[in-house]
Design a protein around this ligand. Sequence first.
Ligand SMILES: [Zn+2]
Length: 54
Amino acid sequence: MKDPVCGMSVDEGSAAAAWEHEGTTYLFCSVGCMRRFRDDPEHFLSLGDDERHM
Ligand SMILES: [Zn+2]
């Protein structure tokens, strides 16, 4: 799946961080991206709506 903050491709093996939001676990390339998402998840989810259904 894609890091919803920066758009990088990440998988469970390469993700540096993960965050669960509304029942979906999102993976991130770095802890910094995870923190940005955690602070304002709706903002990042609204950028890439098609990524939400994976
Ligand atoms: Zn990232």
